[in-house]
Design a binder for this molecule. Structure first.
Ligand code: HEM
Length: 495
């Protein structure tokens, strides 16, 4: 490894704010927070360019919204280790796919990739449909056409029901009065971790334990409830699978019958890599990871999309026309995979919403080895091992060079052909560590949005969203809108 001087020399070509010799950019450390983060980053990008370096003590941080750098970093098979901040989630998610690295990650990724096979996802459309219907019944109580309300809790519980039923094959009734202690624990623990992540000191487990002992105990209790529940489900599903195997009724994932739906967990129970199966403890880490990664992200995406639609009636009407044409007016007919493939404008709407408010606004890596890059502006260079690189997904997706007039919500821009680089449109990241649940997420979003838009007119009521940066993007003001029931969905353009 290089010494401090060699590290400084290595990145001398990259611009950044003045950093005091030891403490770094004090003014930034004291003033930056999750609410003004985007404004500060925007100012720095216009002052220094798309790659900005910052020294804090001996730490070198590089913030990048640069497509060339993203492409070279994200497509690399070498620089796959996550930023240490992710470890805040480790007590819950263990070595699950999101956090692990090295050999563990490689093996798990190989074993888990087929879990998201088309045939498996296809059988989940029914779950998306049924749980969205429950969500609509709950939303109907608020749809008076006059009052603004925060749609987040409704979508969040529906997304939780969906991920539990598809990942574990088990209903947790988050949307009903009978909500299980498990569903409540997932919800509370996600909020607690999000709150911890807002404070740079509380991300550290030791400081958190010493300064917030009661919350540490609460976190421990919640994680205990969740682990106990997932362990029990895994044991039950393993016994059921073994019983079926004894009776010679194994159904591999590629021969799913109509008889029984396979949960993601069932596929993991049967999967082998290099002749080895995953243990119950390993499966638990993966199921917990799906539960975490698979509900807060889609919730954020659906909530932002609903708010955007409420503020862009022309987009909403065009979308409604497509939904009515593809699904027909019989609200009772279950949605099929075929319908979802035909919802083309919907795809553009979702993409544009993910571009405007990416649910995961930043991702981070910690370099274990030197990262050699070639750049049209900075030439050939090396970022030394030990550097933390933060890729600003939000910044990249709102870059006028890639997406002209980035502040305009214009789904049609995605119809005109892909952006110049596949590494420009990266709400799901890209390369070997991209989102494994991308297709799952898009299908779930399509079903939920199609059903909600067909049932309700979304109205521009209430405060505007105020994006707050966190591991998953949220809004300080919630997700305010109004809803009015559409009486006749054949009447495509209600005036
Ligand atoms: C709109 C919804 C979603 C968005 C925007 C999203 C975005 C992302 C992003 C940006 C990453 C890369 C994270 C990083 O490099 O630090 C990621 C990873 C991941 N996502 Fe998603 N995600 C979504 C939904 C889902 C769903 C529904 C699931 C599971 C059912 C899921 C499972 C995962 C997993 C397991 C990883 C880690 C993959 C790996 O490191 O190999 N995600 N996601």
């Amino acid at each position: 490894h290089r010494n401090q001087k060699q590290r400084r020399d290595a990145v001398a070509n990259l611009p950044g704010p003045y950093c005091l010799p030891l403490i770094g950019p004090v003014h930034l450390i004291l003033t930056a927070n999750q609410k003004n983060f985007f404004d500060i980053s925007r100012k720095h990008v216009s002052k220094y360019g798309r790659i900005v370096k910052v020294w804090i003590f001996h730490r070198l941080l590089i913030f990048s919204v640069d497509v060339e750098l993203s492409e070279q970093l994200l497509s690399s098979q070498t620089h796959l280790v996550k930023h240490p901040v992710y470890k805040t989630l480790a007590q819950w998610l263990g070595n699950g796919l999101l956090l692990s690295d090295g050999r563990t990650w490689h093996q798990r990724r190989k074993i888990i990739t087929p879990t998201f096979h088309f045939k498996i996802l296809e059988q989940f459309v029914e779950v998306f449909d049924q749980q969205s219907s429950t969500c609509i019944e709950r939303l109907a109580e608020r749809a008076d056409g006059l009052t603004a309300f925060n749609v987040h809790p409704y979508i969040c519980l529906a997304a939780l029901d969906i991920i539990a039923e598809t990942a574990m094959g088990t209903k947790v009734y988050a949307q009903t009065a009978e909500s299980t202690p498990y569903a409540k624990a997932v919800n509370e623990c996600t909020e607690l971790l999000a709150w911890r992540l807002l404070n740079i000191f509380l991300q550290n487990e030791v400081i958190f334990t010493l300064t917030q002992p009661h919350l540490k105990l609460r976190q421990k209790k919640l994680i205990g409830i969740m682990h106990e529940f997932t362990n029990k489900v895994i044991e039950q599903r393993r016994s059921a699978l073994e019983a079926r195997q004894r009776q010679g009724q194994v159904n591999a994932y590629n021969d799913v019958g109509a008889k029984q739906r396979m949960a993601l967990l069932d596929v993991l129970l049967q999967a082998t890599v290099d002749g080895k199966q995953l243990t119950n403890a390993e499966i638990r880490e993966e199921v917990d990871t799906f539960m975490f990664e698979g509900h807060d992200t889609t919730t954020s995406a659906i909530c932002f999309t609903l708010v955007l639609l409420s503020r862009h009636p022309e987009v909403q009407e065009k979308l409604l026309a497509e939904v009515c044409e593809v699904l027909g007016s019989d609200n009772k007919r279950p949605i099929t995979m075929r319908d979802l493939t035909d919802l083309k404008y919907m795809e553009s709407v979702i993409k544009e919403s993910l571009r405007t408010y990416p649910p995961i606004p930043l991702i981070g890596r910690k370099l274990q080895e030197d990262f050699k890059y070639t750049h049209s502006k900075y030439g050939d260079g090396v970022v030394p091992a030990g550097t933390e690189i933060i890729i600003g997904i939000m910044g990249s997706l709102n870059d006028a060079e890639q997406f002209p007039e980035p502040n305009k919500f214009r789904p049609e821009r995605h119809e005109d052909g892909a952006p110049s680089s596949a590494y420009a449109m990266i709400p799901f990241s890209a390369g070997p560590r991209n989102c494994i649940g991308q297709k799952f997420a898009l299908l779930e979003m399509k079903v939920m949005l199609a059903k909600i838009v067909r049932e309700f007119e979304l109205l521009p009521l209430g405060e505007e969203v105020m994006p707050v940066i966190n591991i998953v993007m949220s809004s300080k003001t919630g997700f305010q809108l109004g809803m009015r029931r559409r009486i006749d969905t054949n009447n495509v353009a209600p005036s």
